[in-house]
Structure formats: C-alpha cells, structure tokens
Design a protein around this ligand. Structure first.
Ligand code: PLP
Length: 353
C-alpha cells in the first residue's frame, strides 16, 4: 500500500462518511473495462466468487464438477460448498493448468452425453461445470478447453484468481468461460485487503449474480423482500476503494513483475533448473515465478538452502487428491500433476524486488 493509495482511499471518504455504493460500483466498472468483460460483480473474496459462479450454473449436491488437482484448496472448497463432487484431471506440464488432452481422454472414457447433458458414468452424476485454473498467472490452454467443453455441453468457470493481467492473445483470462473469477486477497498481484470479482459476457447472468450476492433483496424504497435464497457476499466499500487504487497501479505492477521474471530468466539461462515461461501467444502476469527442478530431493535442499539465508522460496500446494477431504474423489491419470507437485519451487516475486 503506497502513500498514493492511502490518499486515494481518503479521497473516497471526504466527510468521514462510509458511502454505501460508490467505490464498489466504480471498481466493477473498472474491472469490466480492464478485462473486457460485459459485467462484473464485486464480491467479498475469490472463494465466494467461485461458489456463487457454480451456484448460478445450478451446480448442486447431486452433481459433479471437473477441476485440476494442482491448485489452491479454495478452488476445490468452492465446489464442495455446493455439495457437488469434484472430479480431477491432469494438468499440462508447460502451463500447469488443466490439460485439454487429459480432459478429452477422460470425457471419452468416463463420461457420456445424455442429450445436452454430460453424465459421469461411474457415479451417474451430471457434470455441471469445468473449473480450470491459470496457475501462478500462466494462462492455461483455455481456448482448447472451451471448444472441448462446448462439445460435451459443460460450461466453464475460469478460476482466474491468480491471473489478473494475464492474457491469451489480446483477450484477458477469465473472459473465455461462461464466468471468470478473480481474487484481490492480500497475496495476489493486486489486493483490496480481501476481495473478489466475478466477470461474464452474459449480462443477465451477471445481474443475477449481483442480486444473489446482495441477499437477493428486491429493489424497493423501504421494504425488505427476498424472493429466493441469497448470500451476503458483497465487497465492502472500503475494500473496493483499495481495489480501485490498485487497479490504477496494475500496469506498473505488471511491468515490475516482467522485469523481475526477465532477470530470473537471465540468471537461470545457464543452469540446469528450468524457469517456467509463458506459452507463445500468451502473456503471463508473472504473479509467482516458478522453477522446476529434477526431483523432490533437489527441491527440498533448494528450499532449505534458500530459506536458511532469508530467501523465501516455497513448494507448490499438496495435490487436492492427497487431502483427506478430496482423496476419494474420482480422477483420471495424473502423471504431470504428480511430477510438478514434487518439482516446483516458487521464487520471491514481489513487485518491489
Ligand atoms: C487465492 C485463490 C483463490 C481464492 O481467493 P480468496 O480471495 O483468497 O478467497 C482461489 N483460487 C486460487 C487458485 C487462488 O490462488
């Protein structure tokens, strides 16, 4: 939080009065303009954003949702909040995101089309959504996933929590699927302290999300009337003011991240460790710089040596399929996710480095 940002927030509250709407609406307009989405709903965090996205696609306790095992636990928890069963398919080695090749094989083998619905044969459940994630801000093969899922009648929700500023061609991640979800948590490339945003090209669907995340209250000058189950997932205005300020700084953050990534690239060019890079035709935000080493033993000694001297390197998340609450979920073969989970080291990636 720079001084300029604090000034910006102060300017939102000229008389010490917390306004009810203005910063949230400004933030939503800024997000739509920045991502090219037709509609944005600001929400309290990314996790609730994914939850509401699945909820409006009618995902419920009888259903299943496909996702990747290499992700932050929030992706999977949001599926679990709907009561649906997560199904796991492998990631691509280069993008670390859901693999269209693995998904196509899994759909062929384990699923069938019933009219315009896709059914998971072993459990009899309908697959109501596919939830790929743009890992560390590197865009996954989202266009291939969209084409594949269209053939199988499965809507896509993009977990774009880590990919604000990342694009495929000129198009922003999060705008390829039916819905896309961003996070403004404290550790992300732009933060609101906490916060999230759900974007879509389908304006009516976006308006429904706005309604449901604000307790489904019908507009009226004084009466309280709620015609369906709603959620209090609205982003507080104080956070929205921070988010607006951070969005204004985002181009500078992206530039700093890229300069840092280029410095790492120059350093690792002559070494055996592999620095992961954006795929041709895409631009990453380089939220977290990612090194791939040859084994978990090498990873562990690298983690030990760097953290000893105060360099904050980190391993990747444990696979979702190894967590107690998701270990019995159906899954395809996961060779890439398994290798990556043992070989990744994230490097210090602050915009101030
Ligand atoms: C951060 C993150 C989320 C959740 O966002 P919050 O705002 O922390 O709830 C979801 N998915 C992924 C991949 C994330 O990195």
């Amino acid at each position: 939080m720079s001084k300029a940002i604090i000034e910006y927030v102060k300017a939102q509250y000229p008389e010490g009065f917390i306004p009810m709407h203005a910063p949230v609406e400004q933030f939503e307009a800024q997000m739509s303009a920045y991502t090219g989405a037709a509609h944005t709903t600001a929400v309290v965090n990314g996790t609730s954003g994914i939850h509401i996205a699945l909820h409006v696609l009618d995902v419920g306790p009888e259903d299943a949702v496909i996702t990747q095992p290499l992700t932050f636990v929030a992706t999977c928890n949001a599926i679990a909040y709907t009561g649906a069963l997560p199904l796991f398919d492998d990631v691509d080695e280069d993008t670390m995101g859901l693999s269209p090749t693995a998904l196509a094989a899994y759909l062929e083998e384990a699923c069938q089309l019933d009219g315009t619905q896709c059914r998971h044969k072993a459990t009899g459940r309908l697959i109501k959504a596919c939830l790929p994630m743009h890992t560390f801000g590197f865009p996954c093969r989202i266009q291939e996933l969209v084409a594949l899922c269209e053939r199988w009648c499965i809507p896509i929700v993009e977990d774009a929590a880590e990919s604000l500023g990342s694009r495929v061609g000129d198009r922003h991640t999060g705008t390829f699927g039916r819905l896309g979800v961003f996070s403004f948590n404290g550790n992300k490339i732009a933060t609101a302290g906490g916060g999230g945003a759900v974007v879509t090209q389908a304006v009516a669907l976006g308006q429904r999300i706005k309604h449901l995340t604000t307790t489904a209250k019908q507009p009226h000058r004084w009466a309280y009337r709620h015609e369906t189950l709603g959620f209090n997932y609205r982003m507080p205005n104080i956070n929205a003011a921070l988010a607006c300020a951070q969005l204004e700084s985002l181009p500078q953050f992206l530039e700093n991240k890229r300069q840092l990534a280029l410095a790492y690239q120059a350093f690792f060019a002559t070494r055996t460790e592999q620095l992961l890079w954006e795929r041709a035709g895409t631009s990453a935000n380089f939220w977290l710089n990612t090194l791939r080493v040859s084994s978990s033993a090498v990873r562990d000694s690298l983690l030990m040596a760097t953290n000893e001297v105060g360099v904050m390197t980190r391993p990747v998340w444990e696979l979702m399929t190894d967590l107690p609450m998701y270990q019995n979920c159906p899954k395809g073969p996961l060779p890439n996710a398994t290798l990556l989970s043992q070989q990744i080291v994230n490097l210090p990636s602050s915009v101030r480095l």
